[in-house]
Design a protein around this ligand. Structure first.
Ligand code: SF4
Length: 191
């Protein structure tokens, strides 16, 4: 690792302050733990999952005034057991980004403009498109050689799950896919 003069001065000044406090009988670890507690005062704590890759590492997140101010690996999470890679540790840049889109957006066919729509309108549009697609592409039977088999399915709808889905969500996604008559269920980690 290379360091310029300014970085070297910062590091040595920090080390010097730490050593000086220890010389005075101050427990540096306790001070660090106490200041960390102050930072988290008044925050709401949530568990979440990293959104970057298909490992789906668990996180503990602290939110204050609608802003994520601290995140760390969840020690109770079965995948990462408290650790995070450098990408996951820097994830706060995503939820705190001013460019983050928080409302459904719609671009009409042929239009270059995106417009904000309500969640109700978005759900209605998705539901109607799924219904139309299912009706237009429904196969009741299929030939297998000279035998006609009952298949009752559509090949035009697919579900894509993600590492952030819980077991319970995956169960419901699979149920919904079977209910709609598609066997096309895939997962982010296999792509
Ligand atoms: S913390 Fe790293 S390894 Fe874990 S899900 Fe995020 S990007 Fe993937």
């Amino acid at each position: 690792m290379s360091m310029n003069r300014r970085q070297w001065l910062k590091v040595t000044a920090g080390m010097g302050a730490g050593l000086a406090l220890a010389d005075l009988g101050v427990n540096v670890q306790q001070v660090h733990a106490a200041t960390r507690g102050m930072k988290l005062n008044g925050t709401a704590e949530f568990t979440s999952a990293c959104n970057f890759c298909s490992c789906g590492c668990g996180m503990i997140c602290h939110v204050k005034d609608g802003k994520l101010i601290n995140l760390e690996g969840d020690p109770d999470h079965i995948i990462n057991q408290g650790s995070l890679c450098s990408k996951g540790a820097a994830m706060s840049a995503v939820p705190n980004s001013p460019q983050r889109i928080k409302k459904p957006m719609y671009r009409a066919p042929g239009s270059a403009e995106w417009k904000e729509i309500s969640w109700d309108e978005a759900y209605d549009r998705i539901a109607h498109k799924m219904k139309d697609t299912r009706e237009k592409t429904w196969k009741a039977t299929e030939m297998d050689g000279d035998k006609q088999l009952v298949v009752n399915r559509t090949d035009a709808i697919a579900f894509l799950g993600a590492a952030q889905n819980t077991n319970e969500e995956c169960y419901l996604i699979t149920k919904a896919s079977r209910l709609l008559g598609t066997v096309n269920v895939e997962h982010q980690a296999r792509l």
